[in-house]
Design a protein around this ligand. Structure first.
Ligand code: BG6
Length: 513
């Protein structure tokens, strides 16, 4: 039995990070402040970082190391979630924080960066290993990779060199390929880490544990038992201060092209032979390539674009998207997107997968509802004493990604008392109460993995391209619309009527999460 042999049990080996420097481009930006530095601090708190460790922040603003440390301290105190801030740990962590002003457009900046890296490596004993994180505008990815490459900083002669890039990977299929070419000019594929933070979420990782660590669900996990699947990723916030990016992106690009297609792939992929980067990613990629690509004339029937209009939510007046500060009053941005997808393989043929996402929805919730088939013959739908007795309702398994992380299974139960009245009840698993430990943030998991050289939870170029193949015809058809349907839902609601109609065409309704 492999489980009895300590040498074959991977859980018994603690994964150790080699000494390294994390270089954050865009260090004064939002992501660095809100997510990256707090995640690294939290890893320090967990004692997961190696003794030889440093962070080198890079951006255009001139700052001293001390200014940078002070700014990062403020951010960590503000954005650290569910963790205490420890002053003495911070002081130790801050000694490894450095800053270098630099401009990605300027070759000389990379030469300076190289010198600074040597100095930091000597001071902190980081042995030449460097993880570059591009937390910049996407238009800077190509130039940054080229700048690093030309300055010799991608070469792995003094230690490993890895590059993390954030989504969006291209604005469309064409630009995604162009980006790929420019990244590959100086970096090999195994040096590239394309982050999709949804894959780092504990609850998304748990989908694989649930499916492949339990023999009772997998036999049901197919078209013979599953009627359809609904994936919802709703946000109650509006576009906030990201109008510049979001106005051109829209919900389909921002959430479905990457996060939600990846979630769908996690729910539907075949088990890999081993839990290892290439094997797992091959299965994900295969699944993404199996999604039916809608022809232009099928797009409108199977997808819905929405944009929120003004409304009053709980007595507060909320502006519509077109009235948001700096928004184009005629913007065609989709702040809501829904789509029906099919996976064309033996396991999933004809099972609809409904995906919806939007800003300014009634609440923040991400979940996956797996609706099983109805009973083949109902015993319980007769009348008794003139009273309608409820028939068995279909089983629904809900994988709750956030914010109340857990899993629940709805099934029918006999209501106590005379007669045979059925009522739906639910069996619930909650992360919080079951494990009683804090769930690591996605960025902690993903940064740790990149430092360890484990790309299992990172997306790969073939997956990025497969997702674009699915999304591009939808974007093109939406863009070619002559009419202006927006706004078509009130802020604070579950999206346009057309989204309900899309499901009704196949006899289904959205579940209220
Ligand atoms: C980002 C999108 O990738 O994911 C945002 O650009 C969105 O628009 C965010 O708000 C949602 O992430 P999470 O982890 O809060 O669900």
């Amino acid at each position: 039995m492999p489980g009895d042999n300590p040498f074959l049990d991977p859980q018994r080996f603690e994964r150790r990070i080699e000494p390294c420097v994390v270089v954050i481009f865009g260090a004064s930006g939002d992501l660095a402040k809100r997510k990256l530095v707090p995640a690294l601090y939290r890893l320090a708190y967990e004692r997961r970082l190696p003794p030889g460790f440093a962070i080198l922040g890079v951006s255009r603003t001139p700052l001293s190391d001390d200014d940078f440390r002070a700014k990062m301290k403020e951010s960590v105190q503000k954005y650290l979630e569910n963790s205490p801030f420890d002053e003495s740990l911070w002081n130790e962590f801050a000694r490894g924080l450095f800053y270098e002003a630099g401009d990605i457009g300027n070759t000389a900046s990379f030469v300076e960066l190289g010198k600074r890296l040597d100095a930091v490596a000597a001071e902190r004993n980081t042995s030449g290993n460097v993880l570059f994180y591009l937390s910049t505008q996407p238009s800077q990815y190509g130039p940054a990779a080229a700048g690093l490459g030309k300055a010799g900083l991608a070469k792995q002669d003094k230690g490993w060199r890895r590059l993390i890039i954030e989504k969006p990977f291209g604005h469309d299929q064409q630009s995604a390929r162009e980006l790929e070419v420019s990244l590959h000019e100086f970096f090999a594929e195994n040096q590239l880490y394309r982050i999709d933070h949804y894959l780092g979420k504990e609850t998304v990782q748990n989908i694989l544990a649930f499916r492949f660590g339990n023999p009772i669900f997998e036999p049901l996990w197919n078209r013979n038992y599953i009627n359809h699947v609904q994936i919802t990723a709703a946000e109650s916030i509006g576009v906030e201060d990201r109008i510049q990016y979001y106005q051109d992106a829209g919900a389909l690009r921002d959430m479905i092209q990457n996060h939600l297609l990846q979630v769908m792939a996690t729910v539907t992929m075949e088990p890999s032979a081993v839990f290892e980067a290439t094997a797992v990613r091959d299965e994900r990629a295969k699944l993404l390539r199996s999604i039916r690509i809608w022809k232009p004339e099928e797009v409108m029937e199977n997808t819905v674009a929405g944009q929120y209009g003004p409304a009053s939510i709980a007595g507060q007046n909320v502006v519509g998207f077109r009235q948001e500060p700096k928004a184009d009053p005629k913007a065609k941005t989709d702040t809501f997107a829904a789509a029906t997808f099919f996976v064309e393989n033996w396991r999933w043929a004809d099972v609809p997968f409904y995906i919806r996402t939007g800003k300014r929805m009634p609440k923040r919730v991400t979940d996956i509802a797996i609706r099983f088939n109805s009973v083949p013959h109902s015993l319980f739908k007769t009348m008794s004493d003139g009273e309608q007795i409820e028939t068995a309702r279909p089983n629904v398994l809900v994988l709750r990604i956030q914010p109340e992380e857990g899993i629940s299974l709805r099934f029918s139960s006999k209501q106590p008392g005379a007669g045979m009245t059925l009522r739906p009840v639910s069996m619930d698993f909650n992360y919080g109460s079951s494990f009683g430990v804090r769930t690591p943030a996605a960025y902690e998991t993903l940064l740790l993995d990149a430092m360890l050289g484990d790309a299992t939870l990172y997306t790969r170029q073939d997956m990025v391209e497969a997702s674009w193949s699915v999304v591009q015809p939808i974007l093109d058809t939406w863009a070619a619309r002559a009419d202006d349907p927006f706004p078509n839902y009130d802020a604070g609601t579950w999206g346009p009527k057309a989204s309900d109609e899309m499901l009704a065409r196949r006899g289904h309704t959205w579940r209220v999460p």
